[in-house]
Design a protein around this ligand. Sequence first.
Ligand SMILES: *Cc1c(COP(=O)(O)O)cnc(C)c1O
Length: 420
Amino acid sequence: MTQETLALHHGYDKQNFGAMSVPIYQTTAYDFETADCAADRFALRELGPIYTRLNNPTTDVLEARIAAVESGEAGIATASGQAAIFYAIANLAEVGDNIIVANKIYGGATTLLTHTLKRFGITAKVFNSDSADDLEALIDDKTKAIFFETLSNPQIAIPNIEKIVEIAKKYNIISVADNTVATPILLQPLTLGVDVVVHSASKYISGQGSAIGGLIVAAKELNAKLIGNPRYPQFNEPDESYHGLVYATLPLPLFTLRIRLSLIRDIGATISPFNSWLLIQGLETLSIRIKEHSRNAYKVAKFLKSHPKVKNVSYPALESDPQHDKALKYFKDGQTSGLFNFEVESLEFAKHILNTTKLFSVVVNIGDSKSIITHPASTTHQQVPVAELEKIGVKAGLIRLSIGLENADDLIEDLKIALG
Ligand SMILES: *Cc1c(COP(=O)(O)O)cnc(C)c1O
């Protein structure tokens, strides 16, 4: 079945009075009816809801649906995109281990992976994701994950996915791709050989900037890569925190199962059922929206490219863009989402543009149906040292646009006035 159809129907069988809209199970806990049933659920002899920190019937639908839309085996929802990244990595690495992280990623992912995790004894090595030429040399026995974004926020860089996947396969290391900006409609990392996908569902999946949430999806072949793999003893040896359970012995999707039974159980950054419901609504129309976001962004990028006060536009869907070949290689119909950057002469002029546009809101979110303008150097990347900023492609005059669903002609007119 195609993604458009799966996004509308998968994972829900209208069991409650035929309700067309997935019901919101706004409940903390569930009546087991008998003591044996309770014991069976805790022992995994029977799969069913236990407590909403662990699972919830509304969230189940969201998890099954995103897994289907990403062509994956199983999904798990989390409180935010940041929580999704944390769980995915914490499921693979522990004190003494290292991970290899793309140089061009979201600011919050950078601080989490290179600073906060270091305080838990997990170190990050950084690779050049544009080429991935330096990736292989960074791998050692303690390397547990390779992390990158399929379309990086805010640089709009497309990594050398083919090479990353090839190296991850060669060394039996799990690759984790953040697919927030590309969305599964335009690019499906798991079909390209990636092992795990994470999302900030707060962006295009929500679509209207109304809920924070995260998602993790495991590839269909992931169990085979984990079972017996000496890099991942946590899946192959008894888990003392779960009465000696050996995950590898279970006929279930192990990656998401271990996150649920161990990490979500203990850390508890769980999505609320109401937010799951909002994200289900968003997922239903994602395929229509992301194509329109892309069409609009293409028109606005083309206008800016021709403007004398614009130094540079980075939008891979443009035929003249240095990344255009990669866009055609990896993205459906070469459409590269609603996010792009342009650069003006100075920080002052960038601020003037932010202050003058009327249709664009000065917001650090992306993926809203309303257009957004951001100055990364002074906001999302403020904590990154100035010397580092240039290296990761965030210049002082860089402006990020998240193009919404307004008429592109109105957006162009607004920018024309702001550019003067
Ligand atoms: C926003 C974002 C995140 C963080 O997600 P939250 O839902 O805000 O926690 C992670 N990765 C990317 C690419 C993002 O844009």
